[in-house]
Design a binder for this molecule. Sequence first.
Ligand code: TRP
Length: 442
Amino acid sequence: MEQKREQWGSRWGFILAAMGSAVGLGNIWRFSYAMGDGGGSAFLIIYLLSVLLIGFPVMLIEFSIGRRAQTDAVDAFKKIAPKTGWVVAGGMGVLAAFLILSFYGVIGGWSLRYTMAYVTGGITGDSSEFFGGFISSAVSPVLWQFLFMAITIAIVYLGVQKGIELSSKWMMPILSILLVLLAVYSLTLGGAQEAFAFMFQPDWEAFTDPSVYISAMGQAFFTLSLGMGAMLTYASYLDPSERLTSSAAIIIGLDTLFALVAGLVIFPALFAFGLDPAEGPGLVFVVLPNIFEALGGVGALVGFAFFLLLSMAAISSAISLLEVAVAYFIRKLNMSRKNVTLIVGLIIFLLGVPSSLSQGAVEITIFGASFLDFMDAFTGNLLLPLGGLIMVLFVGWTWTKKEILHHGDIGDNALGPAYLLTAKFVAPIAILFVLIIGLINW
Ligand code: TRP
């Protein structure tokens, strides 16, 4: 029996949901530590270039595949190009959904734990000891990861309109307001000048470091939710007559703005207290509690606002990761959304347990990195760009010019030739180039 496919209630519902997917731990937790490690402005410039030259075409391409096929990430390729190898991009996408959400749920759990800590008085004393003690215990982080996954599962369980769309409509405005308030506050703490210099004053030396290129491009893919069919799946719930180009521009513009403002929350406060931006993945969890404590009375409230923001951003992204796998298995197994969501969600939770344990409870390392850090780098810096590359080649080289423009909703305007050129040459060459640099310097 064919089940009727769900659709968004409105175009803005789609935009907010896609924004919810894009804006997440990537914009705050990952962006700040990657930029801290990448020397600040050099990373920022390469990241912005990647967003423009690669992010925009890849998002439009994922949107066009999804809206055209009106089905999940695997079936989309089978439907448009039956009996070809392109479907591998869809398979990789579903795999990536499992892998990314497994560790994403761990960090989401940490964020919930911290939100709770600020409800009950805040984190005082040595924050790195608190963080280290928490993440290295065997049980507590797993319970918080479970809670995070349970919330994510509950939303996806309710469906496209009643779960994903409705929750995004609530969370995104709250998130934006909280973020702006926090940035205004942080800029008054005295570290604004140093933060601006760190973020915006180019340090030419850093451009010669190949690892900055791969991490900046990986960040562009990760933060825009590209390369694994999340945007493809969301666009498949659009009516074929909906506009795409302006939606992509809005989503990308706001996601980038969100990362920059998040930088203006974190770095001024960090410099105001003389802390180190190259702290690594623990940055927001170790550095920020020091700051919140030093703020005195309002600290607990500011800390609560920050980690609530981080948790909501993480949830609205996690649902898009889960939805990629759920959409696929609903069709593949011809089972109800509710059952599929529960089963797939539980499996992903279990897959994440090793990531959680790898933070100190048990020694699990791959290539010298903890299991979690390895999964993060492997998916973000390798799997997503590779998936994106295959999708760009698929559309750029197997669709006719007319199809590319029509399904990309570009039409016959000045953007058309530029988009064709980018889809065929600029984006694939840029991705390939950075991937090769990355592999050589592995
Ligand atoms: N973009 C989200 C973030 O920045 C994470 C995310 C959600 C994602 N869906 C994705 C990353 C799909 C890659 C692919 O936190």
